[in-house]
Design a protein around this ligand. Structure first.
Ligand code: PLP
Length: 471
């Protein structure tokens, strides 16, 4: 910006009368000159202005609504670094209490005052910590037995979330995936056991599969591993990736045994920022007890005048999410969480039924394990349709909704589905608006005279690869 333009402005210049509003936003270098705070604020704010309203974002699992008190607490704690435990010791205590509460929710058998667990920035960090612990336990045992440790592997379904690919790449662990199929949309236990051997560090079932919303059969896996481990003399454990299910199952299906009630479950991870109902930036991992957390993972650091012990990949991290989780536990109690999740489930079922009744759609599963579901075009409808679910996604975006369409994972990637994740903040009234918008969008798409580019691309793919869809 030239000096001349700058000096023409003064304190009375309106934000939208300023020179900055006529120029592109800085993109490469830090601007040379200062900018008035109200103008800088407006520029940053406007950058996000055309985005989807978070509560209309039905693609995400992550919290998009918290009450005013939670929001206030988080704003007030925004300057606190969690790692400064010496300076903010009560935050560390609060974090320990949250770990205790999560561990007890999952029936931890540990009797000590502080349960063994760690806070993460999300499930990804929590999964990594669970995976690293399994790898180190396996390695230490192999070393002690004088056996080679160079070929560790991990077994899970092909419907894994990308964090497991990252984990296996970063730690050089062979990833063995059991394909999910239309017949077996969750982890096929028999096939998973066939993939196990002496180098398997753990099997990872998922509670709340990202692609489908379904739960793997964790109790069935535990029983199969019990037989397998007895037969082979191995002791292959389970790490449960309960990113979504970890805060759903205890409230909506408390009788279901998927957690530390099962012998081979040694660790569980979840996202506090999903159905733990906290804004993004929070994950939890809990181990069965101290004995299964390798010593190498606890780092003692002499920091700012005290010795602190830390389990985690990151050092500095925000404290606000921990305050918010603790607030939620107090504010909602078990009863409150149950009510909110029951409502989400009821609204998800309502949408699931409404979509399942439409002439063009077919739900992927009949029942819902979690408050989310996927659906596809009916095969017979699809044959003559001039549009795809990607077109429907675009249409819905015009009414503000983000409802993603995507292809399924490897082996069934020919199938295109659409997913809705219902969370706190989605009311029945909003569900009615969504269903109305879907009905209207389909009616418009059915008026098309010619196939959409997305439909043409699909047909081409079909010809080339014998596939129905790719995107
Ligand atoms: C099954 C599963 N695991 C792990 C993750 C990663 O979670 P986060 O985004 O909290 O890191 C997700 C995210 O959707 C997930 O669905």
């Amino acid at each position: 910006m030239s000096q001349k333009t700058k000096t023409q402005e003064n304190i009375a210049t309106a934000v939208f009368g300023s020179a900055e509003m006529k120029q592109s936003a800085p993109a490469e270098s830090i601007p040379k000159h200062k900018t008035a705070p109200e103008i800088a604020y407006q520029m940053v704010k406007d950058e996000t202005f055309p985005q989807t309203q978070p509560r209309l974002n039905l693609a995400t699992f992550v919290t998009t609504y918290m009450d005013d008190y939670a929001t206030r607490l988080m704003n007030e704690a925004v300057s606190i670094n969690y790692i400064d435990e010496t300076e903010y010791p009560r935050v560390a205590v609060m974090c320990g209490r949250c770990i205790n509460m999560v561990a007890n929710l999952w029936h931890s058998p540990e009797k000590s005052e502080w349960k063994t667990g760690a806070v993460g920035i999300g499930s990804s960090e929590a999964c990594m910590l669970g995976g690293v612990a399994a790898w180190l336990r396996w390695r230490d045992k192999r070393k002690a037995a004088g056996k080679p440790c160079d070929k560790p592997n991990l077994v899970m379904s092909s419907a894994y979330q990308v964090v497991w690919e990252k984990f296996c790449q970063l730690w050089q662990i062979e990833m063995r995936t059991v394909p999910i199929t239309h017949k077996n949309p969750t982890l096929n236990i028999e096939e998973a056991i066939k993939m196990c051997d002496e180098n398997t560090i753990c099997v990872v079932p998922i509670a709340g599969v990202t692609w489908t919303g379904m739960n793997d059969d964790i109790e069935g896996l535990n029983d199969a591993l019990e037989v397998y481990n007895k037969k082979t003399g191995y002791d292959i454990p389970i790490h449960v990736d309960a990113a979504s299910g970890g805060f759903i199952l205890p409230f909506l299906n408390p009788e279901k045994r998927w957690d530390f009630r099962l012998k081979w479950v040694l660790s569980i991870s979840t996202s506090g920022h999903k159905y733990g109902l906290v804004y993004p930036g929070l994950g939890w991992v809990v181990w069965r007890d101290k004995s299964v957390l390798p010593n190498e993972m606890s780092f003692s650091v002499n920091y700012l005048g005290a010795n602190i012990t830390q389990v985690g990949l990151n050092f500095s991290r925000p404290a606000a999410q921990i305050l918010a989780q603790y607030y939620n536990f107090i504010r909602l109690g078990f009863e409150g969480y149950k009510e909110i999740h029951e409502n989400s489930m009821a609204i998800a079922r309502y949408c699931h039924d409404a979509i399942g009744q439409m002439h063009c759609f077919e739900n992927y599963s009949k029942k819902l394990d979690n408050p989310l579901f996927i659906w596809c075009l009916k095969p017979e409808y699809e044959k003559s349709a001039k549009w795809t679910l990607f077109d429907l996604q675009d249409r819905l975006m015009q009414s503000g909704w983000m409802v993603p369409a995507y292809t399924m994972p490897k082996d069934i990637e020919d199938m295109v589905v659409m997913r809705v994740v219902v969370r706190q903040g989605m009311s029945r009234d909003m569900a009615d608006m969504l269903i109305g918008d879907i009905i209207n969008a389909v009616a418009e798409l059915e008026k098309l005279e010619y196939p959409t580019p997305s439909r043409i691309a699909c047909q081409k793919q079909q010809k080339h690869k014998g596939r129905v869809y790719t995107h």
